[in-house]
Each structure stands twice: as structure tokens, then as C-alpha cells.
Design a protein around this ligand. Structure first.
Ligand code: ADQ
Length: 495
């Protein structure tokens, strides 16, 4: 049962690498806020605002003056974070060189590829690790300041919710500092990317420290059970912890840590509303296959283009009838691997279009940029096929946004990679292994030729599940799992 945990247990402190908005400096030196509107922010911000909470994170800019105040949101801002007053925000300040080596180095050049099971792309540098330790300490200290500032209410225990691979060490320091000061709190962690199997994880030279950091929490959440089992396995094999695989428990430092699969959802109703309002975007009768991704090597974009090319070679009946619309938002553009990927994509799109384009038709339409939420909803709604084929992905929200917007009857078809968390939970999608180009092209053909009644049946199930398990449900599930710790702690025991 989902309960109103924050109301019953006290306030919440959210800790994430980024605050739910970024600060920008205008030409005249004034600091202003720029809102972010992702699903996570939409779901978590109200809990912080309504539950007397605080949000600890880096503000997106290096602030030199430690006393410079955080500005309030602009009166025209109608995003969920507009209610987050500056006194509810703790901006973490980190030396720019340390930040660069922590964020671009350890987080994005080591953990990102390693946790996506791509160790060949990972770099292991002692300097980056040292910066990661320093940055995590900084976040932990800021969180402690936030915790100390909360009013102490009898029988209420503040919850601290730490997000993602940037902050895997912080929990342990927070726990120790809180214990020293005799401040009661409960700590939870959620990892948004996959947790890799032991033989990959142990390649990281300081893997013990990572596990010890995460085990500073009372509960550790992942998208799916496989990642939970990987984590439990690593705790046993790296640290020698006693574990209970069935109940997903790890014993560490005299405490029992719960591990839970908590698949993230999207703001389903908001996407439906957008899809209902958005004007038509495609002027032709051609069927559109849609891909929407950050331009990242984990998303399988090169494999996807090759599968589409194979489709045109093997099934020429789709020529002039089907186009692939690939929308890729620029990401980590100052990193060489990402620049190389952009180059490869540009060349591949050029080559395939050069080979197949006719006077009336081009096979690939490629947008390198961000599109608005309204436009995105219209693309999702009017596409015949949603192609979500990452090589590895924690969950993948695009698959969920696509089905939410599929309000036309008959609907389109979703294709998902089995290597995304979404492939584990969205059972009625067509599953396609992106590494096997021939098979991937067959699956696209199957989607394009699927009978209407099968499309309706599959999409109905997919939509029903995502509506029920939306992002609010996810937030409440997390809080509920944390909250039940307050009363059931004594029962968690590895027998
Ligand atoms: P990401 O790797 O960023 O998230 P994803 O879950 O697909 O991946 O979310 C991307 C978001 O960006 C979606 O909401 C999508 O609408 C938006 N987006 C992508 N391309 C866009 C474009 N061109 N224009 C506008 N918007 C665009 C990480 C993990 C995922 C996990 C999420 C949440 O890597 O596996 O699902 O966190 O936990």
C-alpha cells in the first residue's frame, strides 16, 4: 500500500548532482534561474516543496562569492520548481578544476561507460577518483548543513534521498556525521543507470569504496531486479557481506540494507494532454519510424541506422513509403567520444540518404537538436513505429513517452531493446536485439506490417501499465519503501 510517508515521517532532503534548475549570469552580472522540466523534477519537486524539504545540488555555474544569494524563480515561471524558494535550496560549490575532473572524468568517462557494460570505453584515473571523493565529501557536508537546519520534531525522522552515480559515496559520510551529532535520519539512494554484473564492476579499482558508500543507506533502489541482484552479488563477492538474494537484503556494519527494484515512470497524463493538443506534424502519408535520444554511444544509434538501411535493402517495398525520423539531442559535446559519434552519424545518414533518396523521398530525416515537449508529443503520436534500441540503458523514458502519446486508433508499434530496463517491463513491445542487424531489420518490417487488431491489443496493455505506474507512483513507491523502514526495521534480518 502506498502511504503518505512524508507527512508521517518528517521532511525530505533530495540530493542530486544538479539542482532542479540551472543558474545563469546575465550580461549585467545578475544571477537568474532557468527552469528544468524533466519528469523526475516534476515528480520530486512537489514532495520537497510540500513536505518542508530541501534540495541539495550543484547549480550549473561556479559561484565565486560564497555569500551570493540564490535568486528566486521568475514570476512568469510556471514549472513545478517555481515553488522551490531559495531558502529550500542548498547550492553546492566546488572548485572548478575538481568539478571538471569529478564530473567529466570519474562520472562520465568512467562510471557511465563501465556501468553500461562498456569497459573498453572507460578510463581509470587516480586523479579523477580523488576528485570524485572530494566532490562527494562536499555534497555530504552540504547535506549535513541542510539536515542540521531542519527543525527537530519529536517522532519525525527526516528522509535523505540521494540520486545517481555521481553521488555513490555521500551516504556513508552523512550517516557517520549524523550519528556523531545524534541526529536521526533515514537515507535512500536511487541509481538511474544500470548496475553492472560483478565481473564488470570489479574492473573499477576502488569498487569496494563504492559499495561501502552505497551501503551507508538504509535502502538502495534500482530500476529492475537484475540490477538489484548484480548489486547484492557485488556486495557478497567484493566485501564478503552476508546477503539474502530472495528478499534482496545485504548485511553491512551491523545493519541490514534493503535493495529494491523501483522502475521509474513518466508523467503519463501530461503527455496524453500534450498529444491531444498538439497539431499534426507530418504532412505526408508516409509511415514514420521515430527515434528520440540523447546523442550517446549507449543509445545504439549507429546500429539503428544500419538496421534501417538493411530494411530498405531487404524489403524494397518500403522505399518511398517509410521514413526514419531520428531526433538526437546534443549531449556532452566537449567530450571526444561524443564528437566522434556525431561525425559517424553525420556520415552514415549522408551515405544512406545518398544511396536510397529518390526525387520525391529521403529515407532519413535527421534532427540534431532539442525539440519542444509539444512537438515531441506530436511526433510520438503520429509515428507508426517507435524505435528504442539502446545497447544498454537503465530504463529509457522515451519508450514510455511514446506509448503515452499513442492516442490515435489504430496505434503504432513500439520496438524495444532487451538491454534497456524498459525492455524488461514493457512486455507487449516487440523486442529487438540491436547488435544483430539482420534481425533488427526483420523486427522493423514486422512492426510496419503488423495487423491493426494486434497493434491495438499490444498498445492498450502498454498504455494501461504506464498510466498506472507513472512517475508519481514511482516517487510514492520509493517513499513508501523508505517509510516502512521506520516501523519494520526490526523485521529485516538475514536468518
Ligand atoms: P537518459 O539517459 O537521459 O536518462 P532517457 O530515459 O531516454 O535517457 O530520457 C531522455 C529524456 O530526454 C526523455 O524524457 C526525452 O523526452 C528527452 N529527450 C531526448 N531527446 C530529446 C530531444 N531531441 N528533444 C527533446 N527532448 C529529448 C537516465 C538513464 C535512463 C533512465 C533515466 C531516468 O540513462 O536509462 O530512464 O535516467 O531514470
Amino acid at each position: 500500500m502506498i502511504v503518505d510517508v512524508v507527512a508521517s515521517s518528517g521532511s525530505m532532503i533530495v540530493v542530486s548532482n544538479r539542482l532542479p534548475f540551472v543558474l545563469k549570469r546575465t550580461k549585467d552580472g545578475k544571477l537568474i534561474r532557468k527552469a528544468s522540466a524533466g519528469g523526475l523534477v516534476t515528480a520530486v519537486a512537489p514532495v520537497v516543496i510540500n513536505g518542508n524539504g530541501l534540495w541539495v545540488g550543484w547549480p550549473g555555474i561556479h559561484l565565486e562569492d560564497p555569500n551570493e544569494p540564490i535568486p528566486e524563480s521568475d514570476p512568469s515561471d510556471i514549472t513545478p520548481t517555481s515553488g522551490l524558494k531559495s531558502n529550500k535550496v542548498v547550492a553546492v560549490r566546488i572548485d572548478p578544476l575538481i568539478f571538471d575532473s569529478y564530473y567529466n572524468g570519474c562520472c562520465n568517462a568512467t562510471f557511465w561507460p563501465l556501468f553500461h557494460s562498456m569497459p573498453d570505453r572507460a578510463t581509470f584515473k587516480r586523479e579523477h577518483w580523488k576528485s570524485y571523493v572530494k566532490a562527494n565529501k562536499e555534497f555530504a557536508e552540504c547535506t549535513m548543513e541542510a539536515l542540521k537546519s531542519l527543525p527537530r520534531v519529536p517522532n519525525e525522522v527526516p528522509l535523505i534521498w540521494i540520486h545517481d552515480y555521481h553521488l555513490m559515496l555521500a551516504a556513508n559520510w552523512i550517516r557517520q556525521a549524523a550519528e556523531d551529532l545524534e541526529i536521526n535520519c533515514k537515507l535512500g539512494f536511487f541509481l538511474h543507470i544500470p548496475f553492472p554484473p560483478w565481473d564488470i564492476f570489479r574492473l573499477f579499482p576502488w569498487s569496494d569504496e563504492i559499495l561501502q558508500g552505497m551501503l551507508g543507506c538504509d535502502m538502495v533502489g534500482f530500476h529492475i531486479t537484475d540490477y538489484c541482484l548484480n548489486f547484492v552479488d557485488c556486495c557478497q563477492r567484493n566485501l564478503g557481506c552476508r546477503v539474502d538474494r530472495k528478499n534482496l537484503l545485504v548485511e553491512h556494519g551491523g545493519r541490514t540494507v534493503r535493495v529494491r527494484p523501483l522502475p521509474i515512470g513518466i508523467p503519463f497524463d501530461r503527455f496524453v494532454e500534450l498529444a491531444e493538443k498538439a497539431p499534426r506534424v507530418f504532412s505526408t502519408n508516409q509511415k514514420i519510424i521515430l527515434g528520440v535520444d540523447r546523442l550517446d554511444y549507449t543509445k545504439g544509434l549507429v546500429h539503428r541506422l544500419r538496421a534501417f538501411e538493411k530494411l530498405l535493402e531487404n524489403y524494397p517495398e518500403h522505399i518511398e513509403k517509410v521514413s526514419l525520423l531520428q531526433i538526437s539531442v546534443p549531449s556532452r559535446t566537449d567530450v571526444k567520444e561524443y564528437q566522434d559519434l556525431k561525425e559517424e552519424m553525420d556520415q552514415l545518414v549522408g551515405r544512406i540518404n545518398g544511396q536510397f533518396t529518390t526525387p520525391n523521398w529521403s529515407p532519413i530525416r535527421y534532427i540534431y537538436g532539442c525539440v519542444s515537449q509539444d512537438e515531441l508529443a506530436a511526433f510520438y503520436r503520429d509515428a507508426a513505429v517507435g524505435l528504442v534500441t539502446p545497447l544498454r540503458d537503465g530504463m529509457n523514458l522515451v519508450a514510455k513517452e511514446f506509448v503515452a502519446c499513442q492516442i490515435n486508433i489504430p496505434p503504432g508499434v513500439l520496438i524495444v531493446s532487451p538491454f534497456a530496463g524498459a525492455g524488461e517491463t514493457m512486455h507487449e513491445a516487440l523486442i529487438s536485439n540491436p547488435y544483430e542487424i539482420d534481425d533488427a531489420s526483420e523486427v522493423i518490417h514486422r512492426a510496419l506490417t503488423m495487423p491493426e487488431d494486434e497493434r491495438i491489443l499490444r498498445m492498450n496493455y502498454l498504455r494501461r501499465r504506464e498510466k498506472l505506474n507513472d512517475v508519481d507512483y514511482w516517487t510514492k513507491s520509493f517513499l513508501s519503501a523508505m517509510g516502512s523502514l521506520l516501523t519494520q526495521e526490526d523485521h529485516d534480518d538475514i536468518g
